[in-house]
Write a protein that binds this ligand. Structure first.
Ligand code: NAD
Length: 480
């Protein structure tokens, strides 16, 4: 069985503890790799190696940094099939999805920031005829990057690529639940010739490795994606140390469908936006509001489409819904289906554990659930479930749906479906949401600001937002 290793100072090394934790394949419920149970000593070594590499890396010309990052992108593309298979086994997601979305996007993240730094400029402010100011954007030093299990390599590289491109060195931690493609990235960085210590990857639990990164005095910036509770905990530690913080947290996203929408296009995308990756995407629309005149027609068609989604072996090309990431997570999601029933909801389809045959008979599968009859304010409609569960709610007018959509503590993403564009623009401006899609979902342009408001986080990733986060602005004023 493969033993994953840490990547510190340019080398693959064992954890100081000499202990590895089991990492499971969700589709089979069996241990498939072992992940280092690292701790403070490993993080200290990684931070030391990153600090030693910083002076040289931050002075490396942008063109050379760009060349190395593009080389990493090329190698990801070259190993795309193997990486997609690893991602699917580690996370339970359909191989088809990993091949089409996760791995190409990981390569794209490197390409995007590798080329962005060749086109960057900074501000200058002329103060009448008295002075001229110019702004330098300088890398911060060692950046800490901590990522979750749902889009493992995709989100890991979404942080690492801009941090490195901007001239920082990095100590990164992938989720201990899905460590495999981060390990492959380490192999790729070695092959690409990334200088020692520029990127360090320490595997292990949040309580040990994540906390050690957050507390380390030599890591002045933390970019974190994960749950809201974890984000709050990180903020409590990092804020008094005046660390720079970017927090991309949970969501409970509304999908708002008006009777004048393009029915077929809406139906196609809303099935995807609710259930892609088993609903384990922070952007998934799990609360679906439908204008009353369209309610029954949309509900019936939606239930029919969702019931037809094939739950199966993630490695099977015909599978639509793979396994949930862990047994604990599956229990949590099934617990929410039970809660929805207690709260008076009607489960229109799914919501049951699914037993498959053959190699997947012990896997963590469930049928995607559609629920109606719940008030917008109940727990099922307020708390993040992060699984294949969507609720349907009718609405009568824009006022009502806007206030229901805005009623949760979260504010990550929303989608609006209508042919009345002026209504869509007005509503988009009023939604408490960092991202609003009109007549589409997860249509991404990597230049746009990405992130949430309220308990969905602080700060934005993507484009200049990310490069600004990973740099300090310094104003220099020259008297004329
Ligand atoms: P999580 O918060 O449990 O873990 C995320 C990462 O943080 C993991 O690497 C984990 O080991 C680490 N961690 C855990 N405790 C820590 C601590 N005390 N200090 C430092 N690090 C710690 O989240 P998860 O279950 O892996 O991911 C699911 C969550 O992520 C969902 O809430 C989802 O909405 C959110 N998410 C948000 C976005 C976004 O862009 N806003 C994207 C994907 C996922």
């Amino acid at each position: 069985m493969e033993h994953i290793r840490n990547y510190i100072n340019g080398e693959l090394v064992d954890p100081r503890s000499g202990v590895w934790l089991p990492s499971f394949e969700p589709a089979t419920g069996a241990v498939h790799v072992r992940v280092p149970d690292s701790g403070v000593a490993d993080v200290n070594a990684a931070a030391e190696s990153a600090a030693a590499a910083f002076p040289q890396w931050s002075k490396t010309p942008a063109e050379e940094r760009s060349r190395l990052l593009l080389r990493i992108a090329e190698l990801i593309e070259r190993r795309a099939n193997e990486l997609a298979a690893d991602e699917s086994r580690d996370n339970g997601k359909p191989l088809r999805l990993a091949r089409a979305v996760d791995i190409p996007r990981a390569a794209k993240n490197f390409r995007f920031f590798a080329t962005a730094i060749l086109h960057s400029s900074t501000d200058a402010h002329a103060t009448d005829a008295t002075a001229v100011n110019y702004t330098l954007r300088q890398p911060i030093g060692v950046a800490g990057c901590i990522s979750p299990w749902n889009l493992p390599l995709y989100l890991f590289t979404w942080k690492i690529a801009p941090a490195l491109a901007a001239g920082n060195t990095v100590v990164a931690k992938p989720s201990e639940i899905t460590p495999l493609t981060a390990h492959r990235l380490a192999e790729i960085c070695i092959e690409a010739g990334l200088p020692r210590g520029v990127l360090n990857i320490v595997h292990g639990t949040g309580a040990d490795v994540g906390e050690a990164i957050t507390k380390h005095p030599g890591i002045p910036a933390i970019s974190f994606t994960g749950g809201t509770h974890t984000g709050a905990r990180i903020a409590r530690t990092a804020a008094p140390m005046f660390k720079k913080l970017s927090l991309e947290l949970g969501g409970k996203n509304p999908t708002i469908i008006f009777a004048d929408c393009d029915f077929d296009a809406t139906l196609d995308t809303v099935v995807r936006s609710a259930f892609s990756n088993q609903g384990e995407i922070c952007l998934c629309g799990s609360r679906i509001f439908i204008e009353r005149p369209l309610y029954s027609r949309f509900r019936d068609a939606f239930v029919q489409r969702v019931s037809a989604l094939r739950v199966g072996d993630p490695l099977d090309e015909k599978t639509d819904q793979g396994a949930l990431v862990s047994e604990q997570h599956l229990e949590k999601v099934l617990g929410y289906v039970a809660l929805a029933r207690e709260e008076g909801g009607t489960v229109l389809c799914g919501g049951e554990r699914v037993a498959l045959n053959g190699r997947c008979r012990e896997g963590w599968f469930m049928s995607p659930a559609v629920i109606e009859g719940l008030p917008f304010s109940c727990r099922t409609n307020q708390e993040e479930i992060f699984g294949p569960v969507a609720t349907l709610m009718p609405f009568d007018d824009e006022e009502e749906v806007t206030s229901m959509a805005n009623s949760t503590p979260y504010g990550l993403a929303a989608s609006i479906w209508t042919s009345d564009l002026s209504r869509a623009h007005n509503m988009a401006a009023r939604l408490h949401s960092g991202i609003v899609w009109i007549n589409c979902w997860m249509l991404r342009d990597l230049r746009t600001p990405f992130g949430g408001m309220k308990q969905s986080g602080i700060g934005r990733e993507g484009g200049w937002e990310a490069l600004h986060f990973f740099t300090e602005a310094k104003n220099i004023c020259v008297k004329l």
